[in-house]
Design a protein around this ligand. Sequence first.
Ligand SMILES: C[S@@+](CC[C@H](N)C(=O)[O-])C[C@H]1O[C@@H](n2cnc3c(N)ncnc32)[C@H](O)[C@@H]1O
Length: 231
Amino acid sequence: MTVEMREGYEGTGTGAITPDGCAVEVYTRLPIGPEPDIIAAAVPAGAHILELGSGAGRMTHPLLERGFTVTAVDESADMLARVRGARTICGPIEQLDLGDEKFDVVMLASFLVHAGDEEVRRGLLRTCARHVAENGCVLIQREGADYHTDVPRERVDPAGFTVRIASVTPVADGVDSVHVEYDFPDGTWTQTFLARPLTKEQFESALEEAGLEVDEYLTPDGVWVRAVRVR
Ligand SMILES: C[S@@+](CC[C@H](N)C(=O)[O-])C[C@H]1O[C@@H](n2cnc3c(N)ncnc32)[C@H](O)[C@@H]1O
């Protein structure tokens, strides 16, 4: 199935590329960091998590291993085909409407809240608010403070690949085009995407617009946030 690329987003390298430029092959190879532990410490044991933008299940699988139930949403069927042990839903997050079905936890990770298009961001946050149970929470992963300024930068991963933020170029008011390269011994993949940096104030005001508010900044760098519906 051919899916249309989002404007300003591009990916190169072998295999399927998602509409936001992610290479499926890269996301099946990238190791997971401390994220599942951060999530597990922030939500009730055994919670049902609605994971928005799950990709190939890099976070889904460790969350299932920790005893959570996960419903994984992604607009890429190629990514979702790699997800095991979770219910999957294919489609744009901003259009997701599961009716009366609410979740203990709704998770919007991978910096998706920084979508270049503000309308898309509004849609993503409205989806979070629409699907969280009354006493549930929304977990959001934000960009770190220097993500757009400490450039170029690269990290050599012990697993044997290098990830490089090669350039960050302003392309419109408040929006940057970010170019990332992944060098593996057997190939190189790239992703170019649009990202809108958000100050803490801008982030909190975007939440408020969607009927959400910060409950707690979970990590000292402010990257992981637990939000709740405004009561
Ligand atoms: C950077 S990848 C991260 C995947 C996964 N969260 C991880 O950490 O491995 C982003 C994923 O979100 C999906 N995605 C991005 N924007 C989306 C949208 N608006 N609706 C549905 N899926 C989206 C992409 O298809 C991709 O699989």
